[in-house]
Design a protein around this ligand. Structure first.
Ligand code: SAM
Length: 266
């Protein structure tokens, strides 16, 4: 069967890498795990022996049928032929059941998939996924190298880079390196939004010209005076000459509140 590029089908061949990915979620015999994009089942086979319940969501009809027949006799594995970007988790897992999420994600939709699961009311307790290295770098970046995506994801979870593998462990080989990351969703809302003002809108404005200083980025985007912007940065204890990528999540949170207290909404 020919791999479908449109579905990001690069199948992992290296069993040692597969074991490392599975070990990264520390699977327990009491665990419920959701696997996104099981493909030909290299992670599925390892996981099935280790966890209580494994729910696999695969968009490809043919792969899904193959997996269903391969795991027909394995009572703790359920294969669902559906789109991980539209499936409603509450229909497959009760709100009382804690679950972990794992996947060697299709690279073209990796960020939207992670974003979706982080937004569910019933979120996974832990997410371990492999994705394109460059995207993993941004999601897990520290102040100094942060981008919009870093702030967006890290306001929902703590993010850690685990390990990187080259194209040769897949067939067909992708053109890029791949990195496994671990995400732990925050127990509580990290940024409490103020009425009528969206935190991420401000962050987007702040990253409008990443090479410029933060005051310039904001001046380009919001219709308020330079003085007001300086005042907000000052009261948030941020040097107005900093580049946006140098700001930490806490800096962005303080800036958002400073603006709100000065009557500026995003
Ligand atoms: N887990 C397998 C492995 O490691 O070899 C396959 C990984 S491959 C990179 C991505 C898999 O995700 C493919 O099987 C593809 O068909 C599936 N897929 C692509 N888009 C999907 C979506 N929106 N929802 C669920 N599965 C999807």
């Amino acid at each position: 069967m020919k791999a479908k590029k449109s579905l990001g089908q690069n199948f992992l061949q290296d069993i040692n890498v597969a074991h490392r990915i599975v070990d990264s979620i520390s699977p327990l015999p009491t665990d419920t795990v959701v696997e996104i994009g099981p493909g030909k089942g290299i992670l599925t086979r390892i996981l099935a022996d280790k966890v209580k319940k494994l729910i696999c969501i695969e968009l490809d009809d043919l792969l899904s049928k193959q997996l269903q027949s391969n795991f027909d006799a394995v009572s703790n594995v359920t294969v669902i032929n559906d789109d991980a970007l539209s499936i409603d988790i509450s229909q497959i897992i009760t709100s009382a059941t804690e679950y972990k999420m794992i996947g060697n994600l299709p690279y073209n939709v990796a960020s939207p998939i992670i974003r979706r699961y982080l937004k569910f009311t019933h979120k996974p307790s832990l997410i371990t996924v492999m994705l394109q290295k460059e995207v993993a770098d941004v999601i897990t970046a520290k102040p100094g190298k942060m981008g919009y995506l870093s702030v967006e994801f890290q306001s929902e979870c703590s993010a850690q880079k685990l390990f990187t593998v080259g194209p040769s462990v897949f067939r067909p080989a992708p053109k890029v390196n791949s990195t496994v990351i671990s995400l732990t969703p925050h127990d509580q809302v990290f940024i409490k939004e103020h009425p009528g003002s969206r935190f991420l809108e401000m962050v987007r404005d702040g990253f409008s010209s990443p090479r410029k200083q933060i005051h310039n980025c904001l001046e380009n985007r919001i219709a308020i005076s330079k003085d007001t912007i300086e005042l907000a940065l000052n009261s948030a204890n941020i040097n107005s000459k900093s580049r946006p990528q140098a700001l930490s999540l806490c800096d962005w949170a303080r800036l958002y509140t400073s603006f709100y207290e000065m009557g500026v909404k995003f």
